[in-house]
Design a protein around this ligand. Structure first.
Ligand SMILES: *[C@@H]1O[C@H](CO)[C@@H](O)[C@H](O)[C@H]1NC(C)=O
Ligand SMILES: *[C@@H]1O[C@H](CO)[C@@H](O)[C@H](O)[C@H]1NC(C)=O
Length: 374
Protein backbone atom coordinates (compact mmCIF):
# COMPACT_ATOMS: atom_id res chain seq x y z
CA UNK A 1 0.00 0.00 0.00
CA UNK A 2 1.37 3.39 -0.94
CA UNK A 3 2.24 5.82 1.83
CA UNK A 4 -0.31 8.66 2.24
CA UNK A 5 2.00 11.35 0.86
CA UNK A 6 2.19 9.52 -2.52
CA UNK A 7 -1.24 10.96 -3.40
CA UNK A 8 0.04 14.52 -3.25
CA UNK A 9 1.35 14.76 -6.89
CA UNK A 10 -2.13 13.78 -8.10
CA UNK A 11 -3.76 16.31 -5.83
CA UNK A 12 -1.34 18.92 -7.08
CA UNK A 13 -2.16 18.09 -10.72
CA UNK A 14 -5.86 18.29 -9.99
CA UNK A 15 -5.45 21.68 -8.33
CA UNK A 16 -3.36 22.95 -11.25
CA UNK A 17 -5.93 21.64 -13.70
CA UNK A 18 -8.76 23.39 -11.86
CA UNK A 19 -6.75 26.60 -11.74
CA UNK A 20 -6.05 26.43 -15.45
CA UNK A 21 -9.70 26.22 -16.47
CA UNK A 22 -10.36 29.97 -16.12
CA UNK A 23 -7.04 30.64 -17.85
CA UNK A 24 -8.17 28.61 -20.86
CA UNK A 25 -11.35 30.69 -21.07
CA UNK A 26 -9.35 33.90 -20.86
CA UNK A 27 -6.78 32.90 -23.45
CA UNK A 28 -8.99 30.90 -25.81
CA UNK A 29 -9.98 33.83 -28.04
CA UNK A 30 -6.27 34.43 -28.64
CA UNK A 31 -5.31 30.81 -29.14
CA UNK A 32 -8.15 29.70 -31.40
CA UNK A 33 -7.87 31.29 -34.83
CA UNK A 34 -10.93 33.39 -35.84
CA UNK A 35 -13.60 31.59 -37.84
CA UNK A 36 -14.41 34.58 -39.99
CA UNK A 37 -12.52 37.26 -41.89
CA UNK A 38 -12.66 40.78 -40.39
CA UNK A 39 -16.09 42.42 -40.34
CA UNK A 40 -16.81 45.98 -41.47
CA UNK A 41 -16.09 48.40 -38.57
CA UNK A 42 -19.27 49.69 -36.89
CA UNK A 43 -18.09 53.30 -37.17
CA UNK A 44 -17.82 52.98 -40.97
CA UNK A 45 -21.31 51.51 -41.10
CA UNK A 46 -22.76 54.36 -39.04
CA UNK A 47 -21.18 57.03 -41.27
CA UNK A 48 -22.36 55.26 -44.39
CA UNK A 49 -25.90 54.91 -43.13
CA UNK A 50 -26.14 58.65 -42.49
CA UNK A 51 -24.82 59.41 -45.98
CA UNK A 52 -27.11 56.86 -47.66
CA UNK A 53 -30.18 58.16 -45.81
CA UNK A 54 -29.44 61.68 -47.01
CA UNK A 55 -28.93 60.51 -50.58
CA UNK A 56 -32.22 58.60 -50.61
CA UNK A 57 -34.10 61.47 -48.99
CA UNK A 58 -32.82 64.08 -51.39
CA UNK A 59 -33.26 61.82 -54.40
CA UNK A 60 -36.84 61.01 -53.41
CA UNK A 61 -37.85 64.66 -53.05
CA UNK A 62 -35.87 66.53 -55.67
CA UNK A 63 -38.28 69.48 -55.98
CA UNK A 64 -37.64 70.85 -52.51
CA UNK A 65 -34.22 69.58 -51.59
CA UNK A 66 -31.87 69.13 -54.51
CA UNK A 67 -28.95 71.42 -55.07
CA UNK A 68 -27.86 73.10 -58.27
CA UNK A 69 -25.10 71.38 -60.19
CA UNK A 70 -22.91 74.46 -59.93
CA UNK A 71 -22.38 73.69 -56.25
CA UNK A 72 -20.51 70.56 -57.33
CA UNK A 73 -17.55 72.76 -58.16
CA UNK A 74 -17.37 73.79 -54.51
CA UNK A 75 -14.59 71.68 -52.98
CA UNK A 76 -16.26 71.81 -49.57
CA UNK A 77 -19.25 70.02 -51.06
CA UNK A 78 -18.15 66.48 -50.34
CA UNK A 79 -17.52 67.31 -46.71
CA UNK A 80 -20.90 69.02 -46.56
CA UNK A 81 -22.61 65.97 -48.04
CA UNK A 82 -21.59 64.12 -44.93
CA UNK A 83 -22.49 66.86 -42.51
CA UNK A 84 -25.70 68.65 -43.36
CA UNK A 85 -28.64 68.86 -45.70
CA UNK A 86 -28.75 71.53 -48.35
CA UNK A 87 -31.99 73.23 -49.19
CA UNK A 88 -31.99 74.95 -52.53
CA UNK A 89 -34.24 75.16 -55.57
CA UNK A 90 -34.13 72.58 -58.37
CA UNK A 91 -32.12 73.82 -61.35
CA UNK A 92 -33.75 74.12 -64.78
CA UNK A 93 -34.10 70.77 -66.56
CA UNK A 94 -30.71 69.60 -67.68
CA UNK A 95 -29.28 67.06 -70.08
CA UNK A 96 -28.68 63.76 -68.27
CA UNK A 97 -25.08 63.43 -67.11
CA UNK A 98 -22.81 60.42 -66.70
CA UNK A 99 -21.13 60.11 -63.29
CA UNK A 100 -17.76 58.36 -63.59
CA UNK A 101 -17.06 56.62 -60.29
CA UNK A 102 -13.45 55.55 -59.87
CA UNK A 103 -12.61 52.96 -57.25
CA UNK A 104 -8.86 52.93 -56.67
CA UNK A 105 -6.12 51.90 -54.28
CA UNK A 106 -3.29 53.49 -56.25
CA UNK A 107 -2.52 56.40 -58.54
CA UNK A 108 -4.92 56.94 -61.40
CA UNK A 109 -2.21 56.40 -64.00
CA UNK A 110 -4.67 56.50 -66.90
CA UNK A 111 -5.95 59.96 -65.93
CA UNK A 112 -4.31 61.56 -69.01
CA UNK A 113 -6.22 59.16 -71.26
CA UNK A 114 -9.48 59.85 -69.40
CA UNK A 115 -8.80 63.60 -69.79
CA UNK A 116 -8.74 63.12 -73.55
CA UNK A 117 -11.93 61.08 -73.31
CA UNK A 118 -13.70 63.76 -71.20
CA UNK A 119 -12.36 66.68 -73.25
CA UNK A 120 -15.15 68.85 -74.67
CA UNK A 121 -17.90 66.95 -72.83
CA UNK A 122 -17.63 68.31 -69.31
CA UNK A 123 -21.21 69.58 -69.42
CA UNK A 124 -22.39 65.99 -69.65
CA UNK A 125 -20.32 64.32 -66.96
CA UNK A 126 -18.99 64.39 -63.43
CA UNK A 127 -16.02 62.55 -61.93
CA UNK A 128 -15.78 61.03 -58.44
CA UNK A 129 -12.87 59.11 -56.92
CA UNK A 130 -12.91 56.76 -53.91
CA UNK A 131 -9.24 56.27 -53.10
CA UNK A 132 -8.41 53.78 -50.37
CA UNK A 133 -6.90 55.74 -47.45
CA UNK A 134 -3.75 53.59 -47.69
CA UNK A 135 -3.30 54.53 -51.36
CA UNK A 136 -0.27 56.68 -51.91
CA UNK A 137 -1.43 59.10 -54.55
CA UNK A 138 1.88 60.51 -55.70
CA UNK A 139 1.05 62.16 -59.01
CA UNK A 140 -0.90 65.42 -58.77
CA UNK A 141 -4.41 65.05 -60.16
CA UNK A 142 -5.19 66.11 -63.71
CA UNK A 143 -7.92 68.82 -64.00
CA UNK A 144 -10.98 66.52 -64.18
CA UNK A 145 -9.90 64.65 -61.05
CA UNK A 146 -8.86 67.66 -58.99
CA UNK A 147 -11.07 68.05 -55.89
CA UNK A 148 -13.14 65.05 -56.88
CA UNK A 149 -11.91 62.70 -54.15
CA UNK A 150 -14.83 61.61 -51.94
CA UNK A 151 -14.41 60.71 -48.24
CA UNK A 152 -13.15 57.12 -48.35
CA UNK A 153 -12.69 54.23 -45.96
CA UNK A 154 -10.39 51.23 -46.06
CA UNK A 155 -11.15 48.55 -48.64
CA UNK A 156 -9.80 45.06 -49.05
CA UNK A 157 -10.40 41.99 -51.13
CA UNK A 158 -12.52 39.16 -49.75
CA UNK A 159 -14.69 41.55 -47.77
CA UNK A 160 -17.81 43.63 -48.32
CA UNK A 161 -15.75 46.84 -48.10
CA UNK A 162 -15.66 47.09 -51.91
CA UNK A 163 -19.47 47.09 -51.93
CA UNK A 164 -19.46 49.87 -49.30
CA UNK A 165 -17.02 51.92 -51.37
CA UNK A 166 -19.19 51.58 -54.49
CA UNK A 167 -22.33 52.54 -52.53
CA UNK A 168 -20.48 55.53 -51.04
CA UNK A 169 -19.60 56.70 -54.55
CA UNK A 170 -23.18 56.21 -55.74
CA UNK A 171 -24.61 58.11 -52.75
CA UNK A 172 -22.15 60.98 -53.12
CA UNK A 173 -22.85 61.31 -56.84
CA UNK A 174 -26.63 61.17 -56.23
CA UNK A 175 -26.31 64.02 -53.74
CA UNK A 176 -23.83 66.03 -55.73
CA UNK A 177 -25.76 66.61 -58.93
CA UNK A 178 -29.42 65.85 -59.64
CA UNK A 179 -28.49 65.72 -63.33
CA UNK A 180 -26.35 62.59 -62.76
CA UNK A 181 -28.44 59.99 -64.51
CA UNK A 182 -25.96 57.21 -65.29
CA UNK A 183 -23.38 55.95 -62.81
CA UNK A 184 -20.37 54.15 -64.30
CA UNK A 185 -18.20 52.28 -61.81
CA UNK A 186 -14.59 51.93 -62.94
CA UNK A 187 -11.21 51.03 -61.45
CA UNK A 188 -7.76 52.49 -61.88
CA UNK A 189 -6.93 49.78 -64.42
CA UNK A 190 -9.94 50.50 -66.68
CA UNK A 191 -9.60 52.34 -69.98
CA UNK A 192 -12.15 53.70 -72.47
CA UNK A 193 -12.60 51.88 -75.81
CA UNK A 194 -14.78 54.44 -77.65
CA UNK A 195 -15.18 58.23 -77.69
CA UNK A 196 -17.49 59.76 -75.06
CA UNK A 197 -20.34 60.56 -77.51
CA UNK A 198 -20.57 56.86 -78.43
CA UNK A 199 -20.93 55.88 -74.78
CA UNK A 200 -23.48 58.65 -74.22
CA UNK A 201 -25.56 57.63 -77.24
CA UNK A 202 -25.48 53.99 -76.18
CA UNK A 203 -26.71 54.75 -72.66
CA UNK A 204 -29.50 57.06 -73.88
CA UNK A 205 -30.55 54.89 -76.81
CA UNK A 206 -31.26 51.89 -74.63
CA UNK A 207 -34.84 52.34 -73.44
CA UNK A 208 -36.16 48.79 -73.44
CA UNK A 209 -36.84 48.87 -69.69
CA UNK A 210 -40.37 48.97 -68.23
CA UNK A 211 -42.31 52.05 -69.48
CA UNK A 212 -39.57 52.77 -72.00
CA UNK A 213 -37.05 53.57 -69.29
CA UNK A 214 -33.31 53.44 -69.69
CA UNK A 215 -31.74 50.24 -68.41
CA UNK A 216 -28.68 49.57 -66.29
CA UNK A 217 -25.76 47.79 -67.89
CA UNK A 218 -24.87 45.16 -65.36
CA UNK A 219 -23.93 41.55 -65.93
CA UNK A 220 -26.35 39.13 -64.24
CA UNK A 221 -25.53 35.41 -64.46
CA UNK A 222 -27.21 32.50 -62.72
CA UNK A 223 -25.35 29.42 -63.93
CA UNK A 224 -21.71 29.84 -63.00
CA UNK A 225 -19.87 26.81 -61.59
CA UNK A 226 -18.52 28.82 -58.62
CA UNK A 227 -21.96 29.99 -57.50
CA UNK A 228 -22.51 27.23 -54.93
CA UNK A 229 -19.24 27.80 -53.05
CA UNK A 230 -19.71 31.54 -53.11
CA UNK A 231 -23.27 31.32 -51.78
CA UNK A 232 -22.04 29.31 -48.77
CA UNK A 233 -18.91 31.44 -48.18
CA UNK A 234 -20.47 32.94 -45.00
CA UNK A 235 -21.70 29.61 -43.65
CA UNK A 236 -24.70 27.33 -44.06
CA UNK A 237 -28.11 28.99 -44.43
CA UNK A 238 -26.67 32.37 -43.41
CA UNK A 239 -28.19 34.08 -46.46
CA UNK A 240 -31.72 32.89 -45.68
CA UNK A 241 -34.46 33.97 -45.79
CA UNK A 242 -33.55 37.16 -47.68
CA UNK A 243 -31.44 35.49 -50.36
CA UNK A 244 -32.54 31.96 -51.34
CA UNK A 245 -29.93 30.08 -53.37
CA UNK A 246 -31.99 30.24 -56.56
CA UNK A 247 -32.06 34.06 -56.40
CA UNK A 248 -28.28 34.40 -55.87
CA UNK A 249 -26.53 35.91 -58.91
CA UNK A 250 -23.03 36.77 -60.07
CA UNK A 251 -21.75 39.44 -62.43
CA UNK A 252 -19.00 41.89 -63.17
CA UNK A 253 -18.05 44.19 -60.30
CA UNK A 254 -18.04 47.07 -62.82
CA UNK A 255 -21.33 48.42 -64.18
CA UNK A 256 -23.34 51.42 -65.35
CA UNK A 257 -26.48 51.99 -63.26
CA UNK A 258 -29.38 54.33 -63.97
CA UNK A 259 -30.28 56.87 -61.31
CA UNK A 260 -33.32 54.83 -60.28
CA UNK A 261 -31.10 51.82 -59.64
CA UNK A 262 -28.45 53.88 -57.86
CA UNK A 263 -31.15 55.00 -55.41
CA UNK A 264 -32.35 51.39 -55.09
CA UNK A 265 -28.84 50.24 -54.17
CA UNK A 266 -28.22 53.05 -51.68
CA UNK A 267 -31.64 52.51 -50.08
CA UNK A 268 -31.20 48.75 -49.58
CA UNK A 269 -30.68 47.47 -46.05
CA UNK A 270 -32.32 44.06 -46.30
CA UNK A 271 -29.81 42.38 -48.61
CA UNK A 272 -26.90 44.43 -47.32
CA UNK A 273 -27.44 42.94 -43.85
CA UNK A 274 -26.59 39.56 -45.39
CA UNK A 275 -23.89 40.50 -47.88
CA UNK A 276 -21.96 42.52 -45.30
CA UNK A 277 -21.44 39.44 -43.11
CA UNK A 278 -17.80 38.36 -43.17
CA UNK A 279 -16.85 35.16 -45.01
CA UNK A 280 -15.52 32.15 -43.13
CA UNK A 281 -11.73 32.05 -43.12
CA UNK A 282 -11.79 28.60 -44.74
CA UNK A 283 -13.97 30.00 -47.58
CA UNK A 284 -11.68 32.94 -48.29
CA UNK A 285 -11.14 31.84 -51.87
CA UNK A 286 -14.87 31.90 -52.57
CA UNK A 287 -15.34 35.37 -51.09
CA UNK A 288 -16.16 38.00 -53.74
CA UNK A 289 -19.21 39.77 -52.29
CA UNK A 290 -18.95 42.72 -54.71
CA UNK A 291 -19.54 40.38 -57.66
CA UNK A 292 -22.83 39.18 -56.14
CA UNK A 293 -24.49 41.98 -54.21
CA UNK A 294 -25.37 44.29 -57.11
CA UNK A 295 -26.51 41.63 -59.63
CA UNK A 296 -28.56 39.81 -56.95
CA UNK A 297 -30.24 42.97 -55.66
CA UNK A 298 -31.12 44.35 -59.09
CA UNK A 299 -32.24 40.97 -60.41
CA UNK A 300 -34.60 40.66 -57.44
CA UNK A 301 -35.97 44.19 -57.60
CA UNK A 302 -36.04 45.14 -61.29
CA UNK A 303 -34.82 42.42 -63.68
CA UNK A 304 -36.53 44.02 -66.69
CA UNK A 305 -34.67 47.27 -65.99
CA UNK A 306 -31.26 45.65 -66.59
CA UNK A 307 -29.59 44.60 -69.84
CA UNK A 308 -27.82 41.83 -67.86
CA UNK A 309 -24.78 42.76 -69.90
CA UNK A 310 -21.67 44.67 -68.85
CA UNK A 311 -20.06 47.36 -70.99
CA UNK A 312 -16.67 46.56 -69.45
CA UNK A 313 -14.61 43.93 -71.22
CA UNK A 314 -12.35 41.76 -69.11
CA UNK A 315 -10.18 38.80 -70.12
CA UNK A 316 -10.47 35.86 -67.73
CA UNK A 317 -8.27 33.55 -69.81
CA UNK A 318 -5.55 32.15 -67.54
CA UNK A 319 -6.84 34.15 -64.54
CA UNK A 320 -4.57 33.91 -61.50
CA UNK A 321 -5.90 34.15 -57.93
CA UNK A 322 -9.08 35.93 -59.03
CA UNK A 323 -7.14 38.45 -61.12
CA UNK A 324 -7.94 38.64 -64.84
CA UNK A 325 -5.32 38.95 -67.56
CA UNK A 326 -3.48 42.27 -67.26
CA UNK A 327 -2.53 43.81 -70.59
CA UNK A 328 1.13 44.77 -70.76
CA UNK A 329 2.51 47.70 -72.80
CA UNK A 330 3.74 45.41 -75.59
CA UNK A 331 0.24 43.96 -76.05
CA UNK A 332 -1.38 47.36 -76.70
CA UNK A 333 -2.28 47.89 -80.35
CA UNK A 334 -5.07 49.20 -82.57
CA UNK A 335 -6.06 45.58 -83.20
CA UNK A 336 -6.34 44.88 -79.47
CA UNK A 337 -8.69 47.86 -79.00
CA UNK A 338 -10.84 46.71 -81.93
CA UNK A 339 -10.89 43.16 -80.54
CA UNK A 340 -11.88 44.31 -77.05
CA UNK A 341 -14.75 46.40 -78.42
CA UNK A 342 -16.43 43.31 -79.93
CA UNK A 343 -19.21 41.76 -77.92
CA UNK A 344 -21.91 39.13 -78.21
CA UNK A 345 -24.50 41.58 -76.92
CA UNK A 346 -26.47 44.31 -78.68
CA UNK A 347 -23.86 46.89 -77.75
CA UNK A 348 -20.15 47.14 -78.23
CA UNK A 349 -17.94 47.21 -75.11
CA UNK A 350 -17.22 50.76 -73.91
CA UNK A 351 -14.48 50.06 -71.35
CA UNK A 352 -11.83 47.40 -70.76
CA UNK A 353 -9.64 46.20 -67.93
CA UNK A 354 -7.08 45.41 -66.67
CA UNK A 355 -4.22 47.39 -68.13
CA UNK A 356 -0.79 47.54 -66.50
CA UNK A 357 0.30 51.08 -65.53
CA UNK A 358 3.10 50.95 -68.11
CA UNK A 359 0.58 50.71 -70.95
CA UNK A 360 -0.34 54.40 -70.62
CA UNK A 361 2.25 55.48 -73.22
CA UNK A 362 1.23 53.07 -75.99
CA UNK A 363 -2.46 53.80 -75.26
CA UNK A 364 -1.88 57.57 -75.53
CA UNK A 365 -0.16 57.01 -78.87
CA UNK A 366 -3.30 55.43 -80.34
CA UNK A 367 -5.83 57.54 -78.39
CA UNK A 368 -6.72 60.03 -81.13
CA UNK A 369 -6.35 57.69 -84.08
CA UNK A 370 -8.07 54.61 -82.65
CA UNK A 371 -9.59 54.76 -79.16
CA UNK A 372 -11.37 58.09 -79.48
CA UNK A 373 -12.42 57.55 -83.07
CA UNK A 374 -15.21 55.28 -84.33
C1 LIG B 1 -6.65 37.10 -73.15
O1 LIG B 1 -5.48 36.75 -72.40
C2 LIG B 1 -4.70 35.72 -72.95
C3 LIG B 1 -3.54 35.45 -72.02
O2 LIG B 1 -3.96 35.28 -70.71
C4 LIG B 1 -4.20 36.11 -74.31
O3 LIG B 1 -3.48 35.03 -74.87
C5 LIG B 1 -5.36 36.47 -75.21
O4 LIG B 1 -4.88 37.00 -76.43
C6 LIG B 1 -6.23 37.54 -74.55
N1 LIG B 1 -7.43 37.79 -75.37
C7 LIG B 1 -7.70 38.98 -75.86
C8 LIG B 1 -8.96 39.08 -76.65
O5 LIG B 1 -7.01 39.96 -75.67
C1 LIG C 1 -19.01 35.27 -77.59
O1 LIG C 1 -19.53 33.98 -77.37
C2 LIG C 1 -18.64 32.92 -77.71
C3 LIG C 1 -19.39 31.63 -77.56
O2 LIG C 1 -20.09 31.56 -76.35
C4 LIG C 1 -17.40 32.98 -76.83
O3 LIG C 1 -16.50 31.96 -77.15
C5 LIG C 1 -16.75 34.34 -77.02
O4 LIG C 1 -15.66 34.46 -76.14
C6 LIG C 1 -17.73 35.46 -76.78
N1 LIG C 1 -17.13 36.73 -77.12
C7 LIG C 1 -17.19 37.80 -76.33
C8 LIG C 1 -16.54 39.01 -76.87
O5 LIG C 1 -17.73 37.79 -75.25
Amino acid sequence: MAPPHAASPYVLSLVLLLLSVPAVFLLAPRLIPPRTLPAIPDADETDDLALFRRAVLLSAAPSSNSKPAAAAADPSFFAAAYGRMTNRKRPPKQQPKVAFLFLTNSDLVFAPLWEKFFDGHHGLLNVYVHADPSAELTSSPTPSFKGRIVPAKATQRASATLISAARRLLATALLDDPANHFFALLSQSCVPLHPFPTLYRTLLADNAGPKGRHRSFIEILDAEPTLHDRYYARGDDVMLPEVPYDRFRVGSQFFVLTRRHAVMVVRDRRLWNKFKLPCLVKKKHSCYPEEHYFPTLLDMQDPAGCTKFTLTRVNWTDAVDGHPHTYQPEEVSADLIRELRKSNGTYSHMFARKFAPGSLDPLMKIADSVILRD
